[in-house]
Write a protein that binds this ligand. Structure first.
Ligand SMILES: [Fe+2]
Length: 143
């Protein structure tokens, strides 16, 4: 079942929310593949975009947390690295054979990330990051 983006998921930081939205879209594409309504070949694109997401979006969040002197930074980075490692494992499986990829497991990975990281762990940095953006403006905050 595809998940619709809603304000309950949003953190209230436009750029970060747009990136999170892109992840929800990738998860929904995997969901479509599971239902057989998408080409399996498009999995290559989804996996590539997931890897790009990890590189760009996590760098973005980590930069923001660092600038805001967020005290949970180290633990948050560990969580990002763990997710990146799991995405890389799917990418490796795909390179060996597209049919090695367990779509259900890939979907679960992203869904679990949405529920337990984006809707929980990411919210923890808001009390540090939001005042930083307010004080410095989005441009100086790198947004
Ligand atoms: Fe995060």
């Amino acid at each position: 079942m595809p998940i619709e983006w809603n304000d309950g998921i949003a953190l209230g930081i436009d750029v970060i929310d747009q990136e999170h939205m892109a992840l929800v879209s990738l998860m929904n594409q995997v969901s479509e593949m599971l239902e057989g309504s998408a080409e399996f070949e498009s999995l290559a694109k989804v996996i590539q975009q997931l890897e790009e997401y990890c590189d760009l979006h996590f760098a973005h969040e980590e930069d923001l947390m660092r600038k805001a002197n967020y005290d949970g930074l180290a633990a948050h980075i560990t969580s990002h690295r763990r997710f990146t490692t799991q995405v890389n494992e799917f990418s490796q499986q795909f390179k060996e054979s597209a049919h090695n990829v367990d779509l259900q497991a890939l979907h679960f990975l992203i869904e679990d990330w949405l529920v337990n990281h984006i809707q929980k762990t990411d919210r923890d940095y808001l009390p540090a990051v939001k005042p930083y953006i307010k004080a410095h403006g989005p441009k100086l905050a790198g947004l």
